[in-house]
Design a protein around this ligand. Structure first.
Ligand code: NAD
Ligand code: GLY
Length: 352
């Protein structure tokens, strides 16, 4: 098992990464002397892995983005009260980003905050959502609009869980992995280009490597800017358009990581149009996305509606969208001065 530290002063924590490490997670929970533990999972993950944890109350939510609501949070609050969780208790998220975001939001708000532990089981949650403390539920007018920054006490990433993950979900997680290469590490991007086959075949060694490097990059950014005052915005590369795609398609047609891959191409198009990046770099990004089996265009969307949705994004401040644009593979910058016609052209370019 290897560890990556998220340095946040008194709220620092370890991301523990390895194969078959549920035992280590269970030991950590036992050693922490939490008064009670409520393990939140979804129906799919619960059926596969909940029995690996004893001495915990288990609550299973329906799988999928539609569970990331205040309604579902209320069901969890009720279970927490019924299970008599107190301030020294813990909520453990065992599952993908939906479980992690929802359980984290409940942990942040129940009794004004109880201990929280993340055990992510999708690639997307392992490389992104379980690290950094963003928790949220969706509102019918937009994604992740109700939430809190709330750091976990620890994150346990068991790479072996990726063996049961549906292929489509693995590929979706790769969308976020590619993002890390684009925003801060060209060498990592090269490594992804060189290992596409191994990655798609679920090679445990390369998956552990890419999870670790992704977590290192995320941990570094979060340590420098926990509350997204500036630098952390770079983690949203591709997400402004991705959120609009997800909202426009009712959160069901595309997995989050799939929408991010398309959104990155929209952002790359904008970057090239404003002269920030070369065509060659954009082409490299597109080629990798295609080789990883991710889509480059979205269907069933209206450009006008997506354009309106962009203004409900959390990164939009005072009516100005903060765009994360590519400078090259391995570097991005934030700009708010992208003309409407270029944004619309980008949306037309990715819509089918
Ligand atoms: P998800 O949680 O819906 O999981 C995808 C599917 O995989 C579900 O059906 C789940 O039951 C199943 N599954 C999970 N692990 C499995 C396993 N090991 N074996 C078999 N099946 C398994 O989706 P996701 O992609 O993990 O997360 C998406 C969510 O994460 C979105 O709501 C997104 O907004 C959020 N997110 C949050 C952050 C953050 O920083 N908090 C970052 C990125 C994404
Ligand atoms: N997924 C973006 C962030 O954590 O900031």
């Amino acid at each position: 098992m290897t560890k990556v530290r998220v340095e946040l002063g008194a709220n620092s924590y370890d991301i523990c990464i390895g194969e078959n490490i549920f035992g280590a997670a269970a030991d950590f929970l036992a050693a922490s002397n939490f008064t009670k533990i409520l393990l939140v999972t979804d129906e799919n993950v619960g059926a596969l892995y909940a029995d690996k944890f004893s001495g915990v109350d288990v609550v299973k939510i329906p799988a999928g983005e539609r569970s990331k609501t205040l309604h579902c949070a209320e069901i969890l609050y009720t279970r927490a009260i019924e299970s008599k969780l107190d301030r020294k208790s813990a909520i453990v998220a065992l599952g993908g980003g939906v479980v992690g975001d929802l359980a984290g939001f409940v942990a942040a708000t129940y009794l004004r905050g109880v201990n929280f532990v993340q055990i992510p089981t999708t690639l997307l949650a392992q490389v992104d959502s379980s690290v950094g403390g963003k928790t949220a539920v969706n509102h019918q007018l937009g994604k992740n609009l109700i939430g809190a920054f709330y750091q976990p006490r620890a994150v346990f990433i068991d790479i072996a869980t990726l063996k049961t993950l549906p292929e489509r979900e693995l590929k979706a997680g790769l969308g976020e992995v590619v993002k890390y290469g684009v925003i801060s590490d060209e060498k990592f991007f090269n490594c992804l280009e060189e290992n596409v086959d191994k990655i798609l075949n679920g090679d445990a060694e390369i998956l552990a490597q890419i999870v670790r490097r992704s977590c290192e990059i995320k941990a570094e950014v979060v340590s420098l800017d926990e509350k997204e005052i500036g630098l952390r915005r770079i983690l949203n590369f591709g997400h402004t358009i991705a959120h609009a795609i997800e909202e426009e398609t009712g959160y069901e047609k595309y997995c989050h990581g799939e929408a991010v891959a398309i959104g990155m191409l929209g952002a790359a198009f904008i970057s090239e149009k404003i002269g920030a990046v070369s065509h060659a770099a954009v082409e490299r990004l597109e080629n990798l996305i295609v080789r990883l089996g991710l889509q480059t265009h979205c269907e069933g969307v209206s450009v006008d509606k997506m354009y309106s949705a962009l203004f409900r994004d959390k990164k939009t401040v005072g009516g100005k969208i903060n765009w994360v644009v590519m400078k090259k593979i391995g570097a991005v910058e934030v700009t708010s001065g992208v003309p409407e016609n270029i944004v619309r052209e980008a949306l037309e370019n990715i819509a089918r």
